[in-house]
Write a protein that binds this ligand. Structure first.
Ligand code: PMP
Length: 314
């Protein structure tokens, strides 16, 4: 039987290590998109979120969810972190979990890319594959039922409902963008998945500059290939989504996104993911409609985990 003191020390050690990892998350560059639009009175910047621990925007919420759960005594090395993720959040949980010796169990649709599954396996994740047709909604349902069967074994992170998700962006992504644009931005536009990136960043920016325009993007209703994105009309609405935050919701098709991925490679020298292409497609449309302004969007990750699409496009 381990003494209470031993357990307390272990938890202190875990808290300390989780703070150390936190210093390798965030502080990503803001990149000026210069050659893809002709309206010179509008500036477009994209935040290069792959330049951090785990290679995607999801480092921020995954770390914050884990840190908050450790702080609140809901997670330690005796429990499995459990969640549903189409990829990036899972990979981010896996990196942070491995570094902190916290086991990770993930439910994800079987059609998630092989590269992603391999990364997760390499990081020691216990994978539960769900059907392709059920998509992320089914994966979420399976995660919930695993938790309900054995609540003592798991910490159910539930990124779609967990406020630590949007708070990560409120406390980091938003302030970084505000400072990196020298407080000049006029429009923030990004895609909606769990909606954490949009909701947290937008809330912070609105408090700094009440006239800012906040635009959420969703895929069109065709079977889309925009990893991480959801249709607001047809998918389960994430609990953390607040419909009072966006000034406008726009739609981008997978084809437009792919076209922009190609252009960005050839004209800006960046290899971006399909959802980054979709975000930039939205920003470019917006730029054509404005007389002047400063638009910021997000590049959640790069092409490295999208081998199949990459081969089709280039
Ligand atoms: N793009 C990619 C590639 C993602 O992995 C995600 C996260 N699911 C998003 C966009 C959407 O971000 P969020 O979940 O914060 O809405």
């Amino acid at each position: 039987m381990k003494s209470a003191k031993f357990i307390e020390n272990k938890i202190d050690d875990l808290k300390q290590r989780s703070l150390t990892i936190g210093s390798y998350i965030g502080e990503t560059p803001l990149f000026p998109i210069q050659k893809l639009h002709s309206n010179k009175d509008v500036k477009i910047f994209a935040k290069l979120e792959w330049q951090q621990f785990g290679g995607s925007v999801k480092a921020r919420p995954a770390y914050r969810i884990i840190r908050d759960a450790i702080k609140n005594g809901k997670l330690d090395q005796t429990k499995h972190l459990l969640d549903a993720s189409s990829g990036n959040t899972g990979i981010a949980y896996a990196h942070v979990g491995a570094a902190l010796d916290i086991p990770v169990t993930l439910c994800l649709p079987e059609n998630a890319s092989e590269e992603r599954k391999q990364i997760l396996k390499a990081l020691g994740v216990n994978l539960k594959l769900t059907s392709r047709s059920g998509g992320t909604d089914e994966a979420q349902g399976v995660a919930k039922s695993i938790f309900e069967e054995q609540p003592e074994k798991y910490f159910y992170a539930d990124q779609y409902s967990n406020p630590s998700n949007w708070k990560a962006h409120y406390d980091t992504t938003g302030p970084e963008i505000w400072d990196q644009t020298d407080h000049t931005l006029t429009h923030f536009i990004t895609g909606l998945g769990t909606t954490g990136t949009f909701t947290g960043t937008a809330r912070f920016l609105k408090e700094q500059y009440p006239d800012i325009q906040l635009i959420g993007l969703q895929p069109d209703l065709a079977m889309h290939g925009l990893e991480g994105w959801k249709h607001l009309e047809t998918a389960i609405t994430p609990k953390i989504y607040d419909s009072s935050v966006p000034d406008e919701i726009r739609t981008v098709s997978t084809e437009e996104a792919h076209e922009v991925v190609k252009l960005t490679a050839r004209k800006e020298g960046l290899l971006i993911s399909p959802s980054s292409g979709a975000n930039l497609a939205g920003a470019l449309q917006l730029a054509e409609q404005l007389d002047e302004g400063v638009i910021v969007t997000i590049f959640p990750d790069d092409t490295s985990k999208y081998g199949e699409i990459f081969n089709q496009l280039f």
